[in-house]
Design a protein around this ligand. Structure first.
Ligand SMILES: Cc1cc2nc3c(=O)[nH]c(=O)nc-3n(C[C@H](O)[C@H](O)[C@H](O)COP(=O)(O)OP(=O)(O)OC[C@H]3O[C@@H](n4cnc5c(N)ncnc54)[C@H](O)[C@@H]3O)c2cc1C
Length: 415
């Protein structure tokens, strides 16, 4: 039996970062995952560390988009009708949180988090020898229509308020930033302060190796084997049991289901996304992530080729994969970028967990002493993972996180 200070359940970017920060503070830590670290959402994302992203997850509202979705013709948004109906309680929370006051509150909190995110990545990457994955080349959003460009105005409005640099580009200007784009009919917004990585799973792997090198313990095991004991927590794994005074739930989209064991109910909506890798046609290249806002997909240059990640699919997390959005997006990409053949690997599918107020859940359980949560990062978990890990480690070790973390507290949903 290992005896540790903290057991961390889940070894995605959030769990591994939490484990590293706790270890850096001198605590003994055991990290548990049923798979190798970083093989779920943290593996297949677009690798963007976005400096912007102040507004709630946007739901389709225009009638043309809604009709496309109803007819299952949309590239950006695909839904299984049954899963959509099951989302109704979450939507009620979503509309309650996203009035004018809620959006301002979110924007201010997101600004605080995003302002520190890249720095937190580099603090860990420097120690873990992972700097080679990072690119400080910003990212691009491209728009095919005036309507979608205008629909994103609120994001640019907050960027101006917070002093975040962005540039509106059209035609030739867009081409000078990203020469591979067929930019004639596009408008773009360039966010130069954002960063990206060439291999998100490589980053998690490097952080995990650093954690092990610093004396952390990693074991394969099922989080559901966790038991509460009189003086803490215990979990049996295939190799060894682990006992700890505290436990962190960083199980990504599995966290809300896991919390139900303690009768703590979090409203989390799960969306799925896919990726495939492609080669550019000869002579073409991409230097930064590019999002086609009208069709919801992102192209990101990765070590394994150009990664095409899709928009949102509302479906049960564990239902059979339906990569129709990937097929549609591939056709759409060819209008704006000379994509070559696909790299022969099966389409990847992963899931994101969205809280209705678009903020992650970071903090202590309402009812179980020594139980902590770190999940619900939606489409920004890769960006926020290292910072979330630091914030939770500060909470556990009773250090001041440097700002008011109450808006992240689990209690906002539990009381
Ligand atoms: C298509 C797509 C594109 C994205 N692009 C971006 C992007 O560009 N930038 C960005 O910031 N974010 C992006 N995201 C979001 C980001 O990937 C996630 O928010 C982030 O990876 C979540 O990390 P996590 O550690 O919480 O979860 P995960 O990486 O999913 O890790 C959870 C871990 O828990 C483990 N686990 C689950 N259940 C159990 C159990 N019972 N027992 C033991 N272990 C268990 C899993 O094996 C897994 O390792 C994207 C997501 C998707 C799907």
């Amino acid at each position: 039996m290992h005896q540790v200070d903290v057991i961390v359940l889940g070894a995605g970017i959030v769990g591994v970062s939490t484990a590293v920060h706790l270890r850096k503070r001198g605590l003994s830590v055991a990290l548990i995952d049923r798979r190798h670290p970083g093989e779920e959402a943290s593996f297949g994302n677009a690798g963007l560390i976005a400096r912007n992203g102040f507004c709630p997850i946007s739901l389709p509202r225009r009638s043309a988009d809604l009709i496309d979705i109803a007819l299952k013709q949309s590239t950006a948004f695909h839904c299984d009708y049954g899963a959509m109906v099951r989302l109704a309680p979450w939507l009620r929370h979503y509309f309650r949180h996203n009035g004018r006051g809620g959006i301002q509150h979110l924007a201010r909190m997101m600004e605080r988090l995003r302002a520190q995110s890249a720095r937190e990545h580099h603090v860990l990457a420097a120690r873990a020898n992972a700097e080679r994955f990072y690119r400080k080349s910003g990212w691009l959003q491209v728009y095919r229509s005036e309507a979608t460009f205008r629909a994103d105005e609120r994001e640019r409005h907050y960027a101006r308020i917070f002093g975040i640099d962005y540039r509106e580009l059209s035609g030739g200007d867009l081409n000078s930033v990203e020469p591979g784009l067929k930019s004639r009919d596009l408008t773009g917004v360039y966010w130069p302060e954002s960063e990206s990585v060439s291999n998100p799973a490589g980053v998690v792997e490097a952080l995990w190796r650093y954690f092990i090198q610093e004396g952390g313990i990693f074991l394969n095991g099922d989080a559901f084997a966790l038991e509460q004991r009189r003086l803490g927590w215990r979990i049996a794994t295939a190799r060894k049991g682990v006992a700890g005074r505290q436990v962190v739930v960083a199980l990504g989209t599995w966290s809300a289901g896991f919390a139900m064991r303690f009768r703590e109910q979090f409203p989390m909506a799960i969306t799925r996304g896919y990726h495939g890798h492609f080669r550019p046609r000869s002579g073409a290249s991409l230097s930064r992530p590019v999002m086609d806002v009208d069709h919801g997909y992102t192209l990101s240059p990765m070590e394994g080729g150009i990664r095409l990640t899709t928009g949102l699919e509302i479906a049960d997390r564990d239902a059979i994969a339906n990569p129709i959005q990937l097929e549609r997006a591939e056709k759409r990409v060819r209008d704006i970028f000379p994509l070559g053949g696909g790299v022969p690997d099966a389409p990847w599918m992963g899931s994101r967990g969205h809280m209705p107020d678009s903020l992650p859940v970071i903090g202590a359980s309402a009812s179980r002493p020594g139980l902590w949560y770190n999940f619900g990062h939606g489409g920004a978990g890769f960006t926020l993972g290292p910072l979330s890990g630091r914030i939770l480690a500060d909470m556990i070790t009773e250090r001041d996180a440097g700002f008011d973390t109450a808006p992240l507290s689990p209690l906002r949903f539990l009381t």
